[in-house]
Write a protein that binds this ligand. Sequence first.
Ligand SMILES: Nc1nc2c(ncn2[C@@H]2O[C@H](COP(=O)(O)OP(=O)(O)OP(=O)(O)O)[C@@H](O)[C@H]2O)c(=O)[nH]1
Length: 758
Amino acid sequence: MSAAPHAPHSSSIASIGEFVDDGVVRRLLHASQLCALVVATVGALVLIGWQADIELFKSIHSELGAMAPASAVAFVFAGVSLLLLRPDYDGTRLGSVARVLPWVVLAISGMTLAEYLLHINLGIDELLFRDPAHEVQAAYPGRMSIIGALGFGLLGTALLLIRHDSRTAHRLARLMALTTSVLLLMGLLSLLYGRQSLYARPIFHGVALHTIVALLLLAFGILALQPARGFKTLLASAGAGGKLSRRLLPFAFLTPLALGWLRLQGEQADLYQTGVGVDLMVVAMVLLFVSVIWWNALLLDVADTKARRAKAALREAADEMVDLYEHAPCGYHSLDADGVFVRINDTELSWLGYARDEVVGKLTFLDLLTPGNTNFFEESFQTFKFQGEVKDVEFEMRRKDGSLLPVSLSATAVRDAAGRFVMSRYTVFDITERRLARQALARTNELVRLRLTEIEQIYRYAPVGLCNFDREYRYVRINDRLAQINGFSPEAHIGKTIWDMVPELADHLREIYRPVYERGEPVLDVEVHGRTHQDPETDHDWLASYLPLKSDNGEVIGMTAVVLDITERKRTEQALRESEAAVRALSMTDPLTGLANRRRLDEALRSEIHRVQRYGGRLSAVITDLDHFKRVNDEHGHQVGDSLLNEFAHLIRAHCRETDLVARFGGEEFVILMPEVGVAEALACAERMRSALAQQIIPPLTQPVTASFGAAELVPGESEGSLLRRADKALYRGKAAGRNCVVLAEAETLVGMERRGA
Ligand SMILES: Nc1nc2c(ncn2[C@@H]2O[C@H](COP(=O)(O)OP(=O)(O)OP(=O)(O)O)[C@@H](O)[C@H]2O)c(=O)[nH]1
């Protein structure tokens, strides 16, 4: 059962039926339609009965009297009119028919009453069918009874009135239907209880039982048509009164009828006299009414207990609601139509720092807004009034101490039955944290955006090649530089593997990538050497680093490669190395003879002495100087002198070992450094040189030139200066001794001295 509240009434008595049971309303409407159908069908059957002379249809039973044909016609018209009394037929042809039909009923009723009153015969009684047997038991053959004519008159008028959309017309219609019902009930009683009472009166004379029943059904159909109005509101009410009335009314209606009939039957059967009958009836009535009242009182008590329990539960729920309202983690407040606070919860009060009585009925919501927010609120409040709802609008409220409280507001408008805006309810969330988080997020987003731009720019314009691979060595991203190195556009790389793009290097690269993919370890500064599609003829060098890309759970999902083309750098380095070596060689070489120069000699001497001192071994030095070289210069010029120096250098070199160092010591003086050579062997070598020189004539000279030699072997602890000095002294002793000789330093003894005419 559903209960729908209808518009509230002003008086307390009018509040009866405020909650109407829709099910009852529906059932009553169906009952009205059913009554209309039954009435129209009864009328039609009676007409068939007259036409085909079927006793059952005309009178049900011969003793109950036949229904007049005019009554049957009136029933058909009235029943159809009631059936068509539905709002959806308004304005249709059926609706128009429904409007006309009650007039026909009224005409039949009016003419019949006129016949009775004026004692005339208008010929309508036997218009359709003749009644020679006087089956219709009225005063005249075929004429309907006075009660019937009255009933049709009242109900026909009610059918007309009920279509009018006015309260008075409806009241009148209901009054007529009720009056008819009362009259008919009396007629029914007289039929049931015998003909001696009311039935004997002319008004009821000749009325058939089914005429009375059909008229009662018609009256009920009209009354049931608007169950939510008039006295029937109680009948349709969803309250206890409605239930009680629905339960008791049939009982109150039928019980006396049934008891009265039973009493009469008993009396007529001579079971008891009238006095006993009355006693029996009174006792039965008392018993029945006491039982029914007891039963209903019980039911009411149960219902009342249930209602009390429900009320208690409701109170508990209300307390809980109040608790939830006051201490909710959000603010709640309600404003009246002018924006003045009518309610506010504890949470919001504590946020704002106000006491309830400082706010409720005193402040408007505008009073708690910042000046900047006031206009915005006023504007949105107008829209809100119109739309009835607003969600998550952000404002700044001002606390009592003047500080600001950022809030998010949602509101719902409350309207009265006429749709007028009466108040509004608000949910308020403190969004301080949210706002801070949002600001932090905005800052982070800005930083991220900057970083991304930086990265994008670096990726794009870096002079190094950059790319990302997936797990299958496919290019996911690549910058212009690396794409250029590989010789394809960046787009051409995407989704392709290294075997597609750099087949010459792919296998080699896969080996380099292995630690990255298999162990997630970076591979840094590895040099890659090879050729590319872009430049297949040239060897290239790249310096590359490979870094793993890992998912959140540490799984390697790809790799970033940073590649720097160092081909040019490598070439430059090589050239530099070579030129350095050349410069170094030059700085250590005597330009005239191509022998080692003094600096080279010094270095070698230092290193050799160091070696001997550290590891042991021997070292000898021989110094030689061309004899009377000045004369050659003077006589043949410097060029010849130079040429002679060169020849002498070649001669010395030719007589030395590979491991010996031959250096031009200065002018026409040369030093031969002999590692792992003893002084005897050094003397012998010097002697071979001296001898070879003395025996050859070097053009354009016509005479052989000679040279003198001084030889010394390093003694333990001796410095390079000392070694050379001793050898030099020996040389000069040789010069002093007449030149063209080899002199041993230590003994300062002339060894193997030969004179070749010097
Ligand atoms: N052509 C030429 N002459 C040089 C070079 N270096 C030194 N001289 C000359 O070599 C000569 C050396 O002369 P001296 O030191 O007097 O020696 P000498 O004439 O050889 O006499 P003794 O050594 O005593 O036999 C000088 O005249 C220098 O000018 C050189 O590179 N080329």
